[in-house]
Design a protein around this ligand. Sequence first.
Ligand SMILES: C[S@@+](CC[C@H](N)C(=O)[O-])C[C@H]1O[C@@H](n2cnc3c(N)ncnc32)[C@H](O)[C@@H]1O
Length: 214
Amino acid sequence: MISIAIGPEVYRPHRTAAERLKSRFGRALRSGVKRLAGPRNPLQPIVPRMCTVRDNELPMLETLVKESNGLSGPIVEVGTLLGVSTTKMALWKSPEKKIITVDLFYWNPWGLTSEQHRDLTAQVLHYLIQTNHVELVVSCKNAFYESYLGEPPSLVFLDAIHDYSETAKDIAWARSIGAKIISGHDYSADFPGVMKAVDEAGGPRQLEGTIWRL
Ligand SMILES: C[S@@+](CC[C@H](N)C(=O)[O-])C[C@H]1O[C@@H](n2cnc3c(N)ncnc32)[C@H](O)[C@@H]1O
């Protein structure tokens, strides 16, 4: 049995522990993720698969990465968390393609401090970083956007803050830099801000689960 203590919540017996965590995670993101990560619940189990793309969404992510292999420029992922989606993309990318993954380590659902969160993620990605397949950029995404001088990305995967204004900013940056494939996570009724920003940008040309592609 999975025991999780993130904060007060109404117990709904028809939901699984995974669904309840996903729901709490969604509420935190919808609120704009204003709270800094902190050691509030240090005994909470870390279950990586609960806060990443779902199994039914992986085929689309794989297709996008494989399409990007035929295009120039790196893959830019915005929102690393533990690096779970990063490691999946690394598996599908061509050997010469680089993934730049950006995270401020501002929020995690496990009560880790920002430093603990960053260290854990750096450890998860250690091999990929050391072998130059992945660059982990510890930065606010908006500062990263302002300072980015690299090649236009072949693929941008947006998965950081799931409100309207931040998603709109993410898409605007990806377009301004000439990203060839613009995609992201959490196009769903749980995240109306993502839906609105994506719809205003022309709507998802492709959607699998909650992974969208303009
Ligand atoms: C949904 S998680 C990313 C999940 C990851 N892509 C996966 O599927 O495994 C969101 C991440 O965005 C990060 N984040 C939140 N605000 C940010 C910001 N302003 N700049 C960069 N990263 C941010 C959080 O620290 C968190 O790790």
